[in-house]
Design a protein around this ligand. Structure first.
Ligand code: 6CS
Length: 295
């Protein structure tokens, strides 16, 4: 299910994201993205310049992506993308909120032009899409009840205690981590977003919630009713890039040098610091390294 932008709001600029009537959102109409299949016949650069924006899939999971109260799309991923495409002559971006499990299928279907949600690289994803240079590199943690009564700190703890239930986002990187550790679906509880995952743990329907450390820290800012563990030492390093359809290699060849130039700038370091990310880690990682992550 995707929530689309309204054209009226788009006119106001700022890459606003609007929550449409649930019915329309549930329909996921082809007009959702404002992108449609035209992007496959027209280069993304030409399309972005012509319509004044490129559409991006986001999850509204701060600090990776965030929809502000007025609908403006922010968060580290979209802000990097917006800054870089502006240097290419594309004035803004349009955000569409969707689940991680829909992002690659929607990209392939032309419903959005790029994924800037912090979609972590791993072998299976890197086989399906074109990733830019790395943008956001960080870690995974567990959200646990206060005091971590079951002492859940590693993936091995979950594997070794088959009675534990772990909340994860469907199609998310964390679900893949559990799958690759051969932790059965019977130990997994699917939740639709960060807030739901926290509520699931607080209600005792799961013993922990596996999500990026910075996303859990963001949720913890407004809710002290759970704890965030230290980064999970036996989870893979998480590294995202901006993802494009394989039809858009020509755009990536223009985008990557512009992204590299931006990553070397002070503006990038300031942006990373604003959202709590490590600019050095992003600068040092490579797409090849992160695409070697199993799963
Ligand atoms: O790449 C993913 O699937 C994960 N990325 C983020 C930013 N949050 C959770 C999600 O599972």
């Amino acid at each position: 299910m995707s929530l689309e932008i309204s054209r009226r709001q788009l006119v106001r600029g700022g890459g606003l994201v609007a929550v449409t009537a649930p019915l329309l959102a549930a329909c996921g109409s082809s007009s959702d993205s404002g992108s449609g299949s035209s992007s496959t016949s027209m280069g993304l650069l030409e399309k972005g310049k012509k319509q004044g924006y490129l559409s991006v899939a986001i999850a509204n999971e701060p600090p990776y992506t965030k929809v502000e109260a007025d609908g403006t799309v922010t968060g580290a991923g979209p802000e990097i993308f917006r800054a870089v495409v502006k240097t290419l002559g594309i004035p803004d971006i349009q955000g569409i909120v969707t689940g991680y499990d829909s992002m690659i299928p929607g990209l392939k279907a032309g419903r959005w032009d790029a994924i800037t949600a912090g979609l972590f690289m791993k072998q299976s994803r890197c086989a399906e899409v074109l990733y830019s240079h790395p943008t956001l590199v960080s870690t995974e943690s567990f959200a646990v009840p206060n005091g971590n009564p079951k002492n859940i700190t590693t993936i091995a703890d979950v594997k070794n205690n088959t009675g534990l239930k772990i909340a994860v986002l469907p199609g998310g990187f964390e679900q893949g981590i559990l799958k690759d550790a051969n932790i059965p679906a019977s130990q997994q509880v699917n939740v639709k977003d960060g807030r739901s995952g926290i509520e699931t743990v607080k209600a005792g329907r799961a013993d922990a919630f596996l999500l990026p450390t910075l996303s859990l820290n963001s949720l913890h800012e407004n809710d002290k009713g759970f704890d965030v563990t230290a980064p999970v030492e036996d989870a893979p390093k998480t590294g995202s890039g901006h993802a494009f359809s394989k039809d858009h290699k020509a755009f990536l060849d223009v985008y990557n040098p512009a992204l590299k130039k931006y990553k070397d700038s002070d503006a990038f370091a300031t942006l990373m610091n604003k959202w709590g990310f490590d600019a050095k880690a992003s600068r040092e990682a490579t797409t090849e390294e992160l695409c070697s992550t199993p799963g």
